[in-house]
Design a protein around this ligand. Structure first.
Ligand SMILES: Cc1cc2nc3c(=O)[nH]c(=O)nc-3n(C[C@H](O)[C@H](O)[C@H](O)COP(=O)(O)OP(=O)(O)OC[C@H]3O[C@@H](n4cnc5c(N)ncnc54)[C@H](O)[C@@H]3O)c2cc1C
Length: 377
């Protein structure tokens, strides 16, 4: 199969192009393993990252290689499936081609018969990209390593600081945003301080760690049931996390954050506030929600485009008038992670929900750039 090959128009099997090798893309490719189509999965990275374990990498209980697996290794048994590492830059809807950019071959237009968009979400600083230099987010393995470095460096700096009065500021962690990522990360840092590194230092007591979880809204976990949010709030408080709601962060710099005109000194600010969808909505000229997620039909297709499916975090699906949260479980149980778009299902086969653990996959990421010429076979 060549990247530039046509699909059914050339008299061969229909070609399904999947953009994104995250949960949605991999599930779709796996679900098509017995379907008489040629599958091409394109991702800007050559490895899949198990995002629910990013906290463990960020808090040093796992290495990033433990939560990543080469996409081509995951799909290696599927001989009709090819994996290409390239950046998707747009979709030519009329010509049914995916527009890509590849480091060695430049721009390439890849034809499709069916297209599955599963490009997930990206970090959003809500128009304040300048905050990124001081407050890393947690969306990729690289982010998780940056967060880990920030956390461990804080303890190292405190250990060599002779003035104990400075320890409190050095060990103050500020998490901006109390959605699922902020809540989980706050808990993971608290656990790390009390358990993992508790006896590793001599001058500082990691149990002095101060964790502030800030959110502009009236409560934590805004997209979850209130009762669940209350339980999480109570549990975090028991773990020593200080939660401040209705706390709008106005500024972040090297000295810390400014909230409601008050400065909080901290060199350990972490951004857990927001995400925006990939630019898929504009590629497809589609109707999107405020975060850029594409509105789709219940069959996961783009309205008016039965050959295009948008799945996973890139899409928005409502339940009882509320969008489903960007969680694997909520989406797969409601079908928006459905790996096999219905028109492509092999007769008599049902789609399999993929595992929510990374077990069974090679836990090693293969770095480096593959030349695009090697991606044709
Ligand atoms: C820290 C963290 C913890 C989480 N914990 C949980 C949890 O405990 N439980 C739960 O259910 N969910 C959890 N989630 C959410 C879950 O990970 C997502 O719902 C899921 O990953 C969405 O899958 P996806 O396929 O839509 O997108 P992703 O898994 O994000 O995959 C998108 C893929 O598209 C690729 N891509 C994007 N743009 C392009 C482009 N232009 N060109 C080429 N490739 C591109 C990316 O490289 C990526 O591989 C967590 C998320 C995070 C960040």
């Amino acid at each position: 199969m060549q990247l530039e090959d046509g699909g059914s128009s050339k008299g061969v099997r229909p070609r399904v192009v999947i953009v994104g090798g995250g949960f949605g893309g991999i599930s779709t490719a796996r679900g098509l393993r017995s379907t008489p189509v040629d599958v091409l999965l394109i991702d800007r990275q050559n490895h899949h990252v198990f995002q629910p374990l990013l906290y463990q990498v960020a808090t040093a209980s796992l290495a990033s290689a433990d939560i990543a697996a080469p996409i081509r290794r995951i799909l290696h048994k599927q001989t009709h499936t090819m994996v290409a590492m390239a950046e998707v830059t747009g979709i030519d809807l009329g010509g049914r081609r995916v527009l890509t950019w590849c480091s060695t071959r430049g721009e390439l237009a890849v034809p499709y018969d069916y297209l599955v968009i599963a490009t997930g979400v990206e970090q959003s600083y809500f128009g304040h990209d300048e905050f990124a230099a001081f407050a890393p987010g947690l969306k990729s393995a690289v982010d998780a390593e940056a967060v880990r470095s920030k956390i461990l460096s804080a303890y190292e700096r405190a250990e060599v600081e002779a003035d104990p009065a400075q320890h409190r500021d050095l060990l103050t962690f500020v998490l901006v945003g109390a959605g699922p990522t902020g809540v989980e990360l706050a808990g993971a840092i608290a656990e790390m301080a009390k358990v993992t590194v508790k006896s590793d230092f001599r001058r500082v007591d990691p149990r002095m760690t101060r964790i502030l979880l800030l959110d502009a809204g009236p409560r934590i976990l805004a997209s979850f049931d209130e009762s669940l949010a209350q339980k999480a709030h109570a549990r975090l408080t028991r773990m020593g996390v200080e939660i401040q709601t209705k706390a709008m962060v106005e500024h972040i710099d090297e000295k810390g954050v400014v909230v409601g005109g008050q400065r909080i000194i901290s060199q350990n600010v972490l951004w857990t506030a927001g995400v925006k969808a990939s630019p898929a909505g504009s590629w497809l000229r589609a109707d999107t929600d405020r975060s850029g997620r594409v509105h789709i039909g219940s069959d996961l297709t783009l309205p008016g485009r039965p050959e295009i499916f948008v799945i996973g975090d890139t899409a928005t699906l409502e339940e009882n008038g509320k969008p489903l949260p960007g969680l694997l479980r909520s989406r797969s149980s409601k079908g928006s992670m459905s790996p096999v778009p219905s028109p492509l299902r092999w007769p008599g086969r049902r789609y399999r929900r993929h595992s929510t653990t990374p077990t069974g996959e090679t836990s090693r990421s293969s770095g480096g750039t593959l030349p695009c010429s090697n991606l044709t076979a």
